[in-house]
Ligand binder design. Structure first.
Ligand code: NAP
Length: 509
């Protein structure tokens, strides 16, 4: 039986792009390139360097199963440690030589069963498969407050932290109370002279301590590799149970809501507590996890401002009650455009169909990874992926495995190009839409989960169901397969859809 040697281009060297690359290497596929517009790997962990940054998913779960790290310092890892981890993994797998740093993919067009890629550096190349790993929270969203440009101090978005700012003794405003704003407040409360948190909408906060791992514990994880596996599987099971609170009403949802409400009651001042009380259900917006926020916001040098920002002048922020808040720096923790998937890459599929045309009603992807009319194109963290309070490393691994299985079928000559049918996507999307009203994200609040159609754009079932969907044999009727050498076509699709490889293979460290 023939085995063809595919060429693959991956856009992005963040957590999911690295994951895809490593899975290709593990499968013996060496002809791939990663285009990365930045100067280092790590994506969001490279870009976000703000004080107080950590990942609110346990370290022992937020890691690749094929590269467990026994040395995590804390239950929730600080951002720089996570960046070191991804950087170290890229080194260990020799990925840097395959990454074109400082090279942005400008356009990609599917013609003659291949993707023709053009980059910002003028490079042109042609590959069999194109994988987008451009991240879900990548494009900073900065509000255009009137007068913002006239501010005489420093002003920057949280994902573009200006490290020339010495916060000691300074008057600093943080605009935004998402996970980022909350972490920055905790990170700056002790050092800033005065910290003003501008809150448009209050957030529910789930309290979770962040203990250090002991030397003994780390040593045990280093010498007994299955401990990492045990910890990972335990957290995965716990998170599976926890995410059911998002997808269906019931006891779990009530329990998490009760914990958040009890946490809020730890705020002593009734007026401050009132201001911090959201008017929507816990978890409707992405749940903020912090064991420190209420303590930080009750400090004497921290002020919660709930008046709307009217405009900005050279000396500071003027709220709609006319008060001038004099400041040295303004941090915009105002989030990201979470619907910009793949863009601004100009993607042109079969018969000149652009991604803009395909997504005129909003971003959609069959099974979260593929788009009708765009053959041999796959996404990691694409529309409707399970991105809510879960380890995105786990999601990336499942999606990478799914993509790899399609590539293996191509290797066997089963097809030259594969894309889901429009009907398959319509059915898939209808299933999601039907499930959405039961989710907590549709219970009446605004958040970055909400798409153009007013419905959440995330996965409305459990991550386990997503894993099952991606790792089960796909329904042949859902895909249009064209061409192929004929060598592998007689073999039933299911025969090529082997079970997932065993996890935790261990990586030389
Ligand atoms: P976000 O959740 O979208 O929050 C943005 C905040 O800015 C909101 O409080 C929003 O208020 C406020 N805002 C936006 N425009 C504003 C305006 N014009 N005036 C006043 N306030 C404005 O963004 P984020 O905090 O950067 O977090 C985004 C996501 O990143 C998180 O949900 C999470 O998925 C991820 N993240 C994860 C971690 C982690 O530990 N794993 C840490 C940080 C971030 P409204 O609520 O009123 O819109």
């Amino acid at each position: 039986m023939s085995s063809r040697n595919p060429s693959v281009a991956i856009i992005g060297a963040g957590m999911s792009g690295l994951c895809m690359a490593i899975r290709l290497l593990q499968a013996g596929i060496n002809r791939f390139v990663i285009y990365e517009k930045g100067s280092d790997v790590g994506g969001t962990w490279r870009d976000n360097t703000y004080p107080g940054l950590y990942c609110d998913v346990p370290s022992r779960f937020y890691q690749y199963t094929f590269a467990p790290d026994p040395d995590w310092s804390r239950f929730f890892s600080p951002g720089e440690e996570i960046q070191r981890y991804f950087s170290g993994v890229a080194d260990r797998y020799g990925l840097r030589g395959r990454i074109r740093f400082g090279t942005e993919v400008v356009s990609a067009e599917f013609a003659g069963d291949r993707w023709h890629i053009r980059t910002s550096t003028g490079e042109e190349s042609t590959v069999d498969f194109l994988v987008s790993a451009t991240g879900v929270l990548h494009h900073p969203r900065s509000p255009d407050f009137p007068g913002l440009e006239s501010f005489s101090g420093k002003v920057f978005h949280s994902a573009r932290w200006d490290h020339s700012l010495d916060p000691r003794g300074k008057r600093i405003a943080v605009v935004g109370t998402g996970s980022t704003g909350v972490q920055i407040v905790c990170g700056l409360a002790v050092t800033a002279g005065r910290l003003e948190l501008f809150q448009r909408t209050a957030q529910w906060i789930f309290p979770a301590p962040n203990p250090r791992y002991t030397t003994v514990g780390k040593r045990a994880h280093r010498s007994i590799p299955w401990l990492s596996r045990l910890a990972y599987m335990t957290y995965r099971a716990l998170f599976e149970a926890y995410t059911k609170a998002f997808t269906k009403p019931g006891l779990r949802r009530r329990f998490i809501a009760a914990v958040c409400r009890a946490n809020l009651r730890t705020v002593r001042d009734p007026e401050l507590r009132r201001k911090l009380t959201p008017d929507y259900q816990p978890m409707c917006k992405r749940l903020v996890i912090s064991g420190e926020f209420y303590r930080a916001v009750q400090r004497d040098n921290v002020q919660l401002v709930t008046d709307r920002i009217d405009h900005i002048e050279p000396r500071g922020i003027v709220t709609d009650d006319g008060e001038l808040h004099e400041l040295d720096a303004i941090v915009l923790a105002t989030g990201f455009d979470a619907h910009a998937y793949v863009r601004p890459v100009r993607l042109i599929g079969r018969d000149g169909l652009t991604l803009e045309e395909a997504w005129q009603d909003g971003p959609r992807a069959h099974n979260t990874v593929a788009v009708p009319g765009f053959p041999n194109f796959f996404m990691l963290m694409g529309p409707h992926s399970p991105v809510a309070n879960y380890a995105l490393t786990a999601i990336a691994e499942n999606q990478a495995e799914h993509i790899l299985r399609w590539i293996r079928r191509w290797q066997q000559g089963e097809f030259d190009s594969v894309a889901p049918t429009p009907q398959a996507l319509e059915r898939f999307h209808a299933t999601l839409r039907t499930a959405m009203p039961a989710t907590v994200w549709a219970s009446g609040c605004d958040s970055w989960y909400i798409g153009q159609d007013g419905l959440p754009e995330v996965w409305p079932f459990t991550p386990a169901e997503h894993r099952k969907l991606l790792l089960s044999p796909p329904d042949p009727a859902d895909y249009e397969l064209r061409g192929g050498t004929g060598a592998g076509q007689a073999v039933a699709a299911t025969a090529r859809w082997r079970p997932a490889p065993s996890r935790f293979r261990g990586v030389p460290r």
